[in-house]
Design a protein around this ligand. Structure first.
Ligand SMILES: Cc1cc2nc3c(=O)[nH]c(=O)nc-3n(C[C@H](O)[C@H](O)[C@H](O)COP(=O)(O)O)c2cc1C
Length: 222
């Protein structure tokens, strides 16, 4: 099949787009309003977009509380969602009023961050403390600005890592039990069984061919 996104003529009950661009990491975004109310919500239009400096983005379908708080205060934290925390992560997505603290709603503890105001989720294996870089308004057919989409880009200025998940000097995503979003209401988890390693190709001196050394990582980024 093939469909034109302007017509959405896929003939399926739901758009397959998010199931195709899948799995997506979940940025569990905490922020604070200018009056100090703490907010927490999961965002799967989320990813890392740069390494040096480390930067992340998430996008808000509509002007949601996280976006408004970050516009006002310029700070947010992305905690990682895990198998253990998945029910709380889901509860924290409830469309409750802006003066509701979703840490309390979801039965989660908040842990103070080091360099920014919003706390991280207790029990998260890693969290990124971020300062707002830019907010981009994305193309949208909606006339009402509250219904348009916005991409929030942030500099990661500090990283919390729970050292129990550091093995042989590397953060072990599988041990941390990280979950990700697929399409519809589906999720998946990173496990040791589904994790595999590939060395990057070695290019020949003439630059015309490439070979890959099999086996465990040889420790070289190419
Ligand atoms: C796993 C998951 C991923 C989500 N991803 C997004 C997303 O990328 N963008 C978005 O606007 N809403 C997303 N949502 C819905 C928001 O979490 C929800 O609208 C929430 O109430 C927003 O909270 P806020 O107004 O406190 O920011 C997601 C929900 C779940 C459960």
């Amino acid at each position: 099949m093939y469909y034109d996104t302007a017509k959405n003529d896929h003939g399926l009950p739901h758009s397959p787009f998010k199931a195709i661009v899948s799995p997506r990491p979940i940025g569990w975004i905490s922020s604070r309003s200018s009056s100090g109310v703490v907010n927490l919500a999961p965002y799967s239009f989320f990813n890392a977009v740069n390494d040096a400096p480390p930067m992340v983005m998430f996008s808000s379908q509509g002007r949601k509380d996280s976006l408004k708080n970050i516009e006002d205060t310029g700070e947010f934290v992305c905690s990682l969602a895990t198998q253990k925390l998945h029910q709380a992560m889901n509860l924290s997505s409830a469309l409750v009023k802006s003066d509701v603290n979703e840490f309390v709603l979801s039965g989660l503890e908040a842990v103070d961050s080091i360099q920014v105001g919003p706390p991280r989720v207790a029990g998260t294996p890693a969290a990124l403390e971020c300062k707002l870089w830019k907010i981009l308004e994305l193309p949208s057919a909606a006339v009402d600005p509250d219904k348009r989409a916005y991409m929030v880009l942030g500099h990661v200025i500090g990283v919390f890592v729970d050292e129990q998940y550091v093995k042989d000097g590397m953060f072990c995503t599988a041990d941390a039990g990280i979950i990700a979003r697929m399409g519809y209401m589906d999720y998946c988890g990173v496990t040791a069984e589904t994790t595999f390693t590939l060395n990057r190709p070695n290019v020949s001196e003439d630059g015309l061919t490439a070979t890959v050394v099999p086996g465990p990582w040889d420790g070289v980024y190419r």
